[in-house]
Design a protein around this ligand. Structure first.
Ligand code: ATP
Length: 261
């Protein structure tokens, strides 16, 4: 469980300013959804959180320590799965476990990989399959099993369901939500990039909207517990639907505001 604090973060690719004075406070165990138009810098922000890029100015603090480089404290799940194509499903998970748990024996790694696969509804039969033999949904299940397997306190997810069909997307949203909720004592802090306002409303405890590049946070919203509804009830709730409309308008530039409704 780690708090994340972003202070006056700016970032440029060469002279091209992409992120401009981003500020954010995120409590340990939050599920943060990042929304914004294409090209506004959401993935860049995630890369900075991962330590794969360095801020041009400002800083990112994880439990009051500045993020200097990539580390096992932060796991990542990308839209394109990021699996090694020459390794089987099981090996893709086991190699990540080897990095994190250096004293684990090969047998223990296999048992743990199978347990993590079961969590995401992959079977023993899938263990030896290569990524090319899996559907997109199965590949993403494998990537999720791997990310949860190394058990990072912070999980960064960049449009993980963007390439999936609607039915698979719903299943995987529920799966990630269940895995995240299950860890009551040690809940991960998740940063989840999406284009989909409904996905954010379903998953997030906190929503941040990025404006157009050079991007600032133009809106933020935190759910109070009683306002957090599930897939079945949220579309019947006038408060959530008002928030949905507001988010749609902000993302499409009809409203420019930083306050909550
Ligand atoms: N390696 C790079 N070098 C130079 N410019 C880059 C690089 N990566 C991204 N950019 C530029 O930075 C800007 C932000 O890109 P980024 O991918 O972070 O946006 P995004 O909000 O995640 O977009 P999308 O929603 O379409 O994935 C874009 O203008 C993009 O062209």
């Amino acid at each position: 469980m780690l708090d994340v604090s972003v202070k006056h973060l700016s970032f440029s690719y060469d002279k091209d300013l992409i992120l401009d004075d981003i500020n954010m406070k995120v409590k340990a165990g939050a599920f943060v959804c990042l929304l914004g138009q294409s090209g506004c810098g959401k993935s860049t922000f995630l890369r900075l959180l991962a330590g794969l890029e360095k801020p041009s100015s400002g800083e990112i603090l994880v439990d009051n320590e500045s993020v200097a480089k990539a580390g096992l404290q932060r796991g990542v799940v990308f839209q394109d799965y990021g699996l090694f194509p020459w390794m089987s499903t099981g090996e893709n998970i086991m190699i990540a476990l080897k990095q994190k748990f250096k004293n684990m024996s090969s047998d223990e790694r296999k048992t743990e990989a199978l347990r993590r696969m079961k969590d995401v509804e992959l079977t023993e039969v899938d263990f030896d399959k290569l990524p090319k033999e899996l559907s997109g949904g199965m590949k993403q299940r494998c990537a999720i099993a791997r990310a949860f397997g190394i058990d990072p306190p912070i999980l960064l997810m960049d449009e993980p369901f963007g390439a999936l069909d609607a039915v698979t997307r719903v299943k995987l949203q529920d799966l990630v939500l269940d895995l995240w909720k299950k860890e009551t004592a040690n809940r991960k802090t998740i940063f989840f990039v999406t284009h989909d306002v409904d996905e954010a409303l379903l998953l997030a405890t906190d929503i941040f909207v990025f404006g157009q590049s050079p991007s600032k946070i133009i809106y933020s919203y935190s759910f109070k517990n009683e306002k957090k509804l599930d897939r079945k009830t949220m579309h019947d709730d006038s408060y959530v639907m008002e928030l949905r409309n507001q988010l749609m308008k902000i993302i499409h530039n009809e409203v420019r505001t930083k306050s909550s409704i």
